[in-house]
Ligand binder design. Structure first.
Ligand code: GTP
Ligand code: SPV
Ligand code: MN
Length: 620
């Protein structure tokens, strides 16, 4: 390994920051510079670049990545200024088995997180990181989660040796050197260290997707730090997203009295012109982006996009629950996205988009399973080889993704980056369940709603490593993302309910399941734009226009109250989707109960009470 002396970071900063259109920053904050210098001594990068978030910087990195083969330009006539990246086949999704919450006490991480003592983890990663950036540039990326200067925004700085990560961050979050000024002014910031862990010897030729077989995605909740080693993919490497905005932010939220959630955020407008704001938590690859961009099939309804993956929620001075989207772009699932399922996403992806692990057509455009039928001939698959349709392998990786700025989304709400956020009328929980969970239910009250969130289970998807289709408990769709003990997390949700109750402004809580299947394995509910029919029912409930059936699981609709006019489904089928099978429900309750009881004394009394009530109701 070759060790080089990086240039004085301040001098580097001076020259690069001259270009910035955002601020005339003179000197980076001393604490950031100190942190950068300390890491650079360990990592021994060739040079250090302080990023400003400008279009020019992005352009230069895109040029660089084309020259190294990390990205390839698509046909500019079909997909202007858009690129495809192909990852190493070993680096295609979040690696939950290598994701750690390193709280001081193991008990704080809880049974659902991998834990290692912070000192031991630091020692291990420091050893791995010696010279890890040799031959590479270290980029210093200052970013804001949430509108800069919003009371709900939080700042961070990511160091990384991956230009792919820097460009992705440009598209997905607010990267700007204005944040360094805010930090100089005393704002706190989260330290995000990332390396692909692939040092280059002198003269060694780089590969298109450098990464390391050894991976660690480590979180230090007490010191608000993230150390990520070995992967360049998604949530493993784009640290502001899952690592910061969920794992570290959930700890900040616990300490400061708010919520950091794996939730989309939308504005629904009824034909009467009345607006409702809703958040929905579904596990990875279970429909958040699609819901957030819904084109309602019921006339007169509109859905405006505010966020598609993460929401930060807080009770304001008037007692309302408010939400912002801390991100500024999408890292969305490509397979299944089409002009019929999600035309808004297809429009959003017109250009300026980085696609990762998709297939490429003969004429240089993108393709993935579900985009069109039949598949075009002459595809290049996600590994860069000629696609063989006979092989049975997909042309695009099942977790292929698009990275694009939110401003390109045609359904984006005009005020999406209002620093005040929006007042939430309804919270929705959901999962991917072939059976057992009805199409929609309403919670009896807040605590029952928290119980519905706590008992979400979902069939696994390709968004993380593991067996696709296997059912797992995924409370609040936060199993891989809660930065502290899941039992304490549930207690925190119950306590937010108490605060809301004091102000008398309780959002409704619902549970949905778009994914029930028939005996042939086909989805029964039409889904996508037809999901508005379920949302319309929620609005009727909010307005007090319709009654419910009080079932053992929760409040379900009268079949006649869900408008299926002109939808591809009949009343009997709908009745089936809304029904509760007591035998399956009892088995599910047993599984939930076993999972929740594993929290021992950390399981809040409020959740245990709900479990007892559910059991009593099922036996009645
Ligand atoms: P992450 O980005 O991983 O958090 O995923 P997500 O929750 O945003 O999921 P997304 O909306 O990208 O959908 C994932 C997959 O589910 C895609 O293949 C969609 O086509 C499919 N999907 C989304 N909504 C529906 C629906 O209502 N019905 C059915 N059958 N499939 C859906
Ligand atoms: C998810 O898995 O929920 C995602 C993709 O949104 S990633 O950013 O990789 O976590
Ligand atoms: Mn997600």
């Amino acid at each position: 390994m070759v060790s080089t002396t990086p240039p004085d970071p301040k001098a580097t900063a001076m020259t690069l920051l001259m270009d910035t259109p955002t601020t005339a920053l003179t000197t980076p904050p001393a604490d950031v510079t100190e942190w950068v210098n300390a890491w650079s001594e360990i990592l021994t990068p060739t040079d250090i670049v302080w990023c400003d978030g400008s279009a020019r910087e992005r352009h230069e990195l895109i040029e660089l990545m084309q020259s190294t083969g990390t990205i390839e330009a698509l046909n500019p006539d079909l997909r202007p200024y858009s690129f495809v990246a192909r990852s190493e086949p070993t680096d295609v999704a979040r690696v939950e088995s290598r994701t750690f919450v390193c709280s001081e006490s193991e008990d704080d991480a809880g049974p659902t997180n991998n834990w290692m003592a912070p000192d031991a983890m630091r020692a291990e990663l420091l050893e791995l990181s010696q010279g890890a950036m040799a031959g590479r540039t270290m980029y210093v990326v200052p970013f804001s989660m949430g509108p800069i200067d919003s009371p709900m925004a939080r700042y961070g700085v990511q160091i990384t040796d991956s230009p792919y990560v820097v460009v992705s961050l440009h598209l997905m979050v607010r990267v700007s050197n204005r944040i360094l000024n805010a930090i100089s002014g005393g704002a706190s910031w989260v330290k995000c260290f990332h390396t692909v862990g692939a040092p280059l010897a002198e003269g060694e030729k780089d590969v298109a997707w450098p990464c390391n077989d050894t991976k660690y995605i480590s979180h230090f909740p007490e010191s608000r730090e993230i150390w990520s080693f070995g992967s360049a993919y998604g949530g493993n490497a784009l640290l502001p997203k899952k690592a910061f905005a969920l794992r570290i932010a959930s700890v900040m939220a616990r300490d400061e009295g708010w919520l950091a959630e794996h939730m989309l955020l939308v504005r629904i407008t009824s034909p009467e012109g009345k607006r409702y704001h809703m958040v929905a938590a579904f596990p990875s690859a279970c429909g958040k982006t699609n819901f957030a961009m819904m084109q309602p099939s019921l006339p007169g309804w509109t859905v405006e996009t505010l966020g598609d993956d993460i929401s930060w929620l807080a009770v304001d001075d008037s007692g309302n629950l408010r939400a912002i989207n801390p991100e500024a772009g999408f890292f969305g699932v490509a397979p299944g996205t089409s002009a019929s399922t999600n035309p808004v996403a297809m429009d959003t992806l017109w250009g300026n988009t980085i696609f990762t692990n998709v297939a490429v057509t003969e004429d240089g455009d993108v393709w993935w399973e579900g985009m069109s039928k039949p598949a075009p001939t002459g595809l290049t698959n996600w590994r860069g080889e000629a696609h063989n349709p006979e092989s049975g392998d997909p042309a695009a990786h099942p977790n292929a993704r698009f990275t694009v700025g939110i401003e390109q989304c045609p359904s984006l709400a005009e005020d999406w980056d209002n620093p005040e956020g929006v007042v939430i009328d309804a919270i929705i929980f959901g999962g991917r369940r072939s059976d057992t969970v009805p199409l929609v239910m309403e919670a009896r009250d807040w605590d029952h709603g928290v119980y519905l969130g706590a008992t979400v289970a979902s069939e696994k998807t390709a968004a993380a490593e593991g067996t696709v289709g296997e059912l797992r408990r995924d409370p609040f769709a936060m199993l891989p993302f809660a930065g502290y003990h899941m039992g304490d997390y549930m207690a925190h949700w119950l306590s937010i309910g108490e605060t809301l109750r004091a102000g008398g402004k309780m959002p409704r809580i619902f549970q949905v399941n778009w994914f029930q299947k028939d005996d042939n394995g086909r989805f029964i509910w039409p889904g996508f734009g037809d999901n508005i029919r379920v949302v319309e029912w929620m609005v009727k409930r909010i307005e007090g226009h319709v009654g419910v059936n009080d079932t053992a699981l929760g409040l379900t609709p009268h079949t006649a109250d869900i408008d299926i006019d002109a939808a591809d489904i009949d009343q009997d089928t709908l009745a089936g989707l809304l029904s509760v099978n007591p035998v399956k429900a009892a088995a599910d309750l047993d599984a939930s109960s076993e999972f929740l009881e594993s929290f021992g004394s950390k399981l809040p009394e409020g959740i245990r009470r709900q479990l007892d009530q559910a059991r009593a109701k099922l036996q009645a």
